[in-house]
Design a protein around this ligand. Structure first.
Ligand code: GLN
Ligand code: ZN
Length: 758
């Protein structure tokens, strides 16, 4: 028996209605009542859509006011004490205060949701008295029942994952925390069961990370307590993003169904089925449509995968679903009218993926002749894109084949280069610089929009950009910074800008996905071979350099970041795509060098994001990711100085790969974590050039000279003077001009003071 279902559906709305409603409410343009009514409409519309598409079992609880982890924390009364909540239902002011900060208290931390580009709010346990503030899941369940007369499947972040994502407890208080948490899960589940819910989905993505013995034991304890407390509930233990760890042990958990990801954990999950089988008393929810990519599936292949799963598992019932929540993909291809038809026809966003699941289910149930055609259609669409000339560029494929080991290495080792560069560049001790972008003022944004709308000619736009660059070169000289930048005024986004100028990329109109809170991104699609056709940044860099005697850094986005922040073709490996981008950037780097640019920065802020969930797979990823960076940068002369930049870098387990990039200088974000950084550098010394972010650019606050001097002095305990650079944490595009200039002035003053002390 087959049932079509979903793990979760995007909540932002086809026209980003959700985002707009949130932001209007924050601006006080919507009353709370109007806001709640709007959200209800959006919530119900998405259920309606899935029902009309013919999905058998709809999921609720996949909606949110901001972030689902925060919803869960708030439901459990896990309110950070600084918000002075007095008990009872949590109001929207407090809720959004935790998410975004309020006058009284700073926001909770935000961090990456497993290996996705989504960021959640980190729950904080401080020994609060936990209690259900409001069973929002029950409210959503009843709402769907009333509107559609259905018994939907409520979903909630599972107890183990929620426990793991919370911070603030230690070995001792973790027991106390768990003991407080479990009865709340029990109560929520109990109330849902009483209201008629048949199945409840517990999302446990933490089950696909590396689990040690103690953790597996803890999971067993948690789940047996749940099972004892709510024996009437049917629990679906949902894993995603990879294969389930400790399979043999975890399939024996006392739940009624287990969801496995047969896309990202395909071979390991299949192998586990083969070796250990599947419990006959449970249903198997099989993730068979990729919930992370945007490509149509080959439905014939999907059907045979389902058959294979069925045979190996002998499961009494199979649920067919995406590999994870569809929140990670845009909503519908329908509105994309500008894409070329061969590409558009090969795309599947959330709605199209729901349709695929329904088709496969119908086809396997043998009910539907029409679904037979749909299956062959999918194969034709994929084939057509495969034969597209953009995927068959012989020149680039030949270039990739000709890449040899020497192409990854600089001519000389770091210390030789360092000596030569110092001679050529003659920079002072503790050179000061910035990360690349300067404030994107209202004028910059307005002018770009006018140009995009063709209200402004190319010449006028370029003249404006040149003027802004010139102004900022003046400001930087005035500030007495040592290495200057052109300011990136021509870029809205560090990936889009390069994608638009390389072949192989496509841009959508409405394919938004949520990145955190109400912030959405529209990643480019890499669908063809990536080819460098002409210089991308040479003109603006050379222009900026012509205005000053100081060095101006060339500024590029690295291959791994371009890859990780795009939707990527799946007919060749990610490594192959990364190498194609790297070769294109290598040509750009060479063009900058040939035009006389002596320092070139290649940003890789997303290098760490691509790390697999399991530590044992890190090596394989890092090998090609590091190589891609080296391929892009290694061909320059010894005296050309290569910089790179990363933000949010947790340094302790990452020094080795960073050093392997062989960049002459790396700038990293550390102003909020320099203590940690210093202790990890004590254990793992770093010997190349390194610029420590000495102030946090995420806040308008202007740090004093003394404050930055303190950070620098501390850092010099573990770094030597001749490797140390001084810079802010990241680009300054979101800051305003006055605070930027004031902070940089203090930074330069601090560097000068430091020079006198050594
Ligand atoms: N060069 C980019 C900038 O300054 C780097 C941005 C980033 O690290 N995310 O804006
Ligand atoms: Zn950064």
């Amino acid at each position: 028996m087959y049932t079509s279902t979903n793990i979760g559906y995007p909540y932002i709305g086809e026209e980003r209605e959700w985002k707009k409603a949130l932001e209007a409410f924050w601006r006080n343009d919507l009353t709370e009542g109007a806001f709640q009514a709007k959200l209800k409409d959006i919530r119900l519309a998405r259920i309606d859509k899935q029902l009309k598409q013919g999905i058998d079992f709809v999921t609720i609880g996949d909606f949110t006011l901001y972030d689902r982890v925060l919803d869960t924390a708030v439901m459990f009364g896990l309110i950070p004490k600084r918000f002075e909540w007095l008990g009872g239902k949590v109001n929207l002011q407090t809720y959004y205060g935790i998410a975004r900060g309020s006058k009284e208290a700073v926001a909770s931390e935000m961090t990456k949701w497993f290996n996705t580009n989504y960021h959640y709010i980190v729950p904080e346990y401080e020994g609060q008295l936990l209690q259900i503030t409001e069973n929002t899941l029950l409210a959503d369940f009843l709402e769907a029942k009333e509107a559609f007369n259905i018994k939907a499947k409520p979903t909630i972040i599972g107890p183990y994952t929620f426990f793991k994502l919370t911070k603030g407890y230690d070995k001792l208080s973790q027991v106390e925390y768990l003991l407080a948490l479990l009865p709340l899960y029990v109560q929520v589940i109990q109330e849902l069961v009483e209201a008629g819910a048949s199945w409840i989905q517990l999302e446990e993505p933490a089950f696909v990370t590396t689990l040690d013995e103690a953790e597996v034991k803890l999971i067993h304890e948690i789940y047996s307590q749940l099972a004892i407390a709510v024996p009437q509930a049917k629990l679906l233990l949902q894993t995603y993003f990879d294969s389930m760890s400790a399979y043999e042990s975890l399939i024996t958990l006392p739940v009624q169904g287990i969801g496995l990801d047969f896309i990202h954990g395909h071979s390991a999950n299949m192998e586990a089925l083969r070796q250990f089988g599947f419990p006959q008393d449970k249903i198997l929810a099989a993730g068979i449509i990729n919930g992370r990519d945007i490509w149509r599936a080959n439905l014939a292949e999907v059907c045979s995968t389902v058959k294979a799963i069925e045979q190996l598992s002998q499961a009494k019932e199979l649920w067919l679903q995406p590999s994870c929540s569809l929140q990670h993909v845009p909503i519908t291809v329908e509105h994309e009218i500008k894409l070329e038809p061969v590409l558009k026809n090969a795309l599947a966003f959330a709605d199209e993926k729901v349709a695929e699941i329904v088709e496969v289910t119908k086809y396997l149930q043998g009910q539907d002749d029409a679904s037979k055609h749909k299956i062959s259609d999918s194969m034709k669409a994929i084939e057509a894109l495969k034969n597209h000339p953009i995927r068959n560029n012989q020149t680039i494929q030949q270039m990739i084949q000709n890449v040899s080991i020497e192409d990854f290495e600089r001519h000389s080792d770091f210390h030789t280069r360092q000596r030569m560069q110092q001679q050529a560049l003659q920079l002072p001790l503790f050179p000061t610089t910035t990360i690349g972008s300067f404030p994107q003022s209202e004028a910059v944004k307005r002018t770009r929009n006018a140009w995009r709308k063709k209200q402004l000619s190319n010449e006028a736009y370029e003249a404006f950009l040149a003027e802004e660059t010139k102004r900022w070169i003046g400001i930087q000289e005035e500030l007495d910074l040592d290495v200057l930048v052109h300011g990136e005024f021509e870029r809205t986004d560090m990936v889009e800008y390069f994608g638009e100028k390389l072949t192989g990329f496509a841009f959508t109109e409405k394919a938004w996905v949520v990145s955190y809170g109400s912030r959405c991104v529209k990643p480019p699609i890499i669908y063809g071979d990536v080819v460098w056709e002409a210089p991308i940044t040479v003109r603006e860099t050379v222009y900026a350099q012509s205005l000053t005697k100081r060095f101006v850094k060339g500024m590029l986005t690295g291959p791994v970041t371009i890859l990780n922040w795009s939707f990527v073709r799946d007919d060749i490996s990610r490594k192959a795509v990364a190498y194609q981008i790297a070769l294109a950037l290598r040509q750009e780097v060479e063009a900058l060098e040939a035009a006389g640019i002596a320092i070139i920065q290649v940003d890789e802020p997303a290098l760490r994001e691509g790390l697999p969930l399991r530590k044992e797979q890190w090596g394989a990823y890092l090998e090609w990711a590091v190589n891609a960076f080296k391929l892009a940068t290694a061909s320059v002369k010894d005296i050309t100085q290569i910089h790179t930049h990363m933000c949010y870098c947790e340094f302790n387990d990452f020094i080795e790969p960073i050093s392997a990039l062989d960049a002459d200088v790396i700038s990293i974000e550390t102003s909020r974590s320099h203590g940690e950084l210093i202790s990890s550098l004590q254990v793992n010394p770093y010997s190349k050039g390194i610029g420590l972010g000495v102030y946090d650019i995420h806040s308008p606050r202007v740090p004093s000279e003394d404050e930055m001097l303190g950070i620098m002095k501390d850092s010099l305990q573990v770094l030597s003077s001749n490797q140390f650079w001084v810079n802010p944490d990241c680009g300054l595009k979101t800051r305003r001009e006055p605070e930027t200039v004031a902070a940089l002035a203090n930074m330069v003053a601090a560097a000068k003071t430091l020079r006198q002390h050594v």
